[in-house]
Write a protein that binds this ligand. Structure first.
Ligand code: ATP
Ligand code: MG
Ligand code: FE
Length: 341
């Protein structure tokens, strides 16, 4: 089984060739970060234009690198949501044309399922599984009773974790996307500011990061006004510790509540060193029987390899699309009956 996978939901154009849903033959990623940096975030029109310029180059590269001829392919998989509509449309159109021209089945993939299934490149997923999905646009606890079934049991009520990193990055003078640099800075500082841990003791599995963001910004502005300079590393460490404390606490609670055999950490923020280390430590201490899989560092951010992995699973469930497939910017996981809770 050889799947040609497409990803273009945000600011990465990516095409990959995946064998049997778990082996990466190629994973070409054209990032546009440098074009968006000076705007402090992703500009949708700029993103679409870059995708159009890059997509055919990425297809050629992916096939060449995998040393695969078009005739050998089994199917085409593509992200059709959630994401920026103009960006998604480029990948969807390209995948549809490629599939039609080469008489290949087309598999529609949810970008967030893709993030989760990046874990398949580490080891097989064991069900029931719990996914901690932390990215630029989402912060969710997703319960998966079976393969290809997703139930959101907790989510952010305002900002996503990655979004919070990027927003406080601006205040620290760190350019978009700020997560990685704040993570590094945090390791050189101390949690001296004790920012709030929103909702940590509440009896639910939801998150909130906008209060933390405001507390952070107010602290920096107040210091500015009285002419005081605060230690950037300490600010970063304090912010990061608050994010990690809440995420880890809620995740441990979720895993204790449900019959979970495996925890999957996925999404762009899953690359966070502090989060990976803390979860390792806390799980070993409180739930040692729980298997913990972290998406590979290189596959935490957006890429087509993860779309190929999720596409393989969808294909096994006979999920196919036709030429009517459209981009769905607000795509959500399919509803799962309460009975499986
Ligand atoms: P979504 O997947 O929700 O649609 P997205 O695709 O834009 O959103 P991803 O590419 O999954 O988001 O992740 C990007 C986010 O991850 C950015 O907000 C970035 O700052 C954050 N990020 C990347 N590395 C780290 C890190 N080491 N620590 C914290 N955040 C990080
Ligand atoms: Mg991105
Ligand atoms: Fe993403």
């Amino acid at each position: 089984n050889l799947i040609l996978a497409f990803e273009s939901s945000c600011d990465e154009t990516s095409v990959a060739v995946i064998e049997d849903g778990q082996k990466i033959l190629s994973n070409v990623i054209a990032t546009q970060i440098n074009s968006h940096k000076r705007f402090g975030g992703v500009v949708p029109e700029v993103a679409s234009r870059h995708h159009i310029e890059q997509i055919t180059i990425c297809i050629d590269e992916a096939l060449k690198e995998a040393q695969i001829k078009t005739e050998q392919l089994t199917a085409v998989a593509v992200t059709y949501g959630p994401g920026l509509v103009g960006a998604l449309l480029v990948g969807v159109a390209a995948a549809k044309v490629f599939a039609y021209a080469n008489d290949l089945p087309l598999i529609p993939v949810n970008h967030m399922a893709g993030h989760i299934y990046a874990a398949r490149f580490v080891k097989p997923i064991v069900f029931p599984a719990m996914a901690l999905l932390v990215s630029g646009g989402h912060t969710e606890l997703v319960y998966m009773p079976y393969e290809n079934e997703f139930q959101i049991i907790g989510e952010t009520r305002d900002d996503a974790a990655g979004e919070a990193y990027d927003k406080i990055g601006r205040v620290l003078g760190i350019s978009y996307p700020a997560g990685k640099q704040i993570d590094e800075l945090a390791h050189q500082g101390k949690d001296n500011f004790h920012f709030p841990r929103a909702m940590i003791h509440e009896d639910n599995l939801d998150f909130s990061f906008s209060g933390l963001k405001s507390a952070f910004i107010n602290t920096v502005h107040h210091a500015d006004q009285i002419g005081e300079t605060l230690d950037k590393a300490d600010l970063a460490a304090s912010f990061q510790q608050s994010v990690i404390d809440v995420i880890v606490q809620k995740t441990l609670t979720a895993c204790a509540k449900l019959p979970v055999k495996q925890l999957i950490l996925a999404g762009g923020v899953a690359a966070n060193r502090g989060l990976r280390e803390t979860l390792d430590k806390q799980l070993a201490k409180s739930q040692p029987e729980l298997d913990f899989v972290k998406a590979p560092l290189k596959l935490c951010g957006d890429n087509a390899a993860m779309i190929g992995a999720a596409g393989y699973v969808a294909m096994n469930h006979h999920i196919f699309a036709d030429a009517n497939l459209n981009a769905e910017p607000s795509l959500e996981f399919d509803w799962v009956p309460d009975a499986v809770k």
